[in-house]
Unconditional design. Structure first.
Length: 106
């Protein structure tokens, strides 16, 4: 689980939605915005249209935040990230996709 300081709050999520750069990566829409905090911050959004059961949505969020935590050292600059799932991914792909995103962020 991500520490509270690494999570985006509602008003920060709204700011990232309005001003961010976005790109698609496999099954994800990723929004990024440089921040002035001492570290990067994250939000994971999984709509009901993608995963209907809340148990499965929570599991997918846990897997994603685990992949974020494991690959956090790959980030060189501080960004706010929003990961929005657009398709149901294979759970094995989550870690490799997060790693690829963190390596490509400039």
């Amino acid at each position: 689980m991500l520490a509270r300081s690494f999570r985006l709050k509602k008003r920060e999520i709204d700011r990232v939605y309005k001003k961010s750069n976005r790109f698609f990566e496999d099954f994800l829409l990723v929004r990024t915005l440089p921040n002035t905090a001492k570290h990067s911050r994250f939000a994971v959004i999984i709509p009901k249209a993608v995963v209907a059961k809340s148990v499965n949505r929570s599991r997918l969020k846990r897997k994603t935040t685990e992949a974020i935590t494991e690959n956090l050292m790959l980030l060189k600059t501080n960004y706010d990230f929003i990961f929005s799932f657009k398709k149901l991914p294979d759970e094995a792909m989550i870690d490799s996709t997060v790693k690829k995103i963190f390596q490509n962020v400039k």
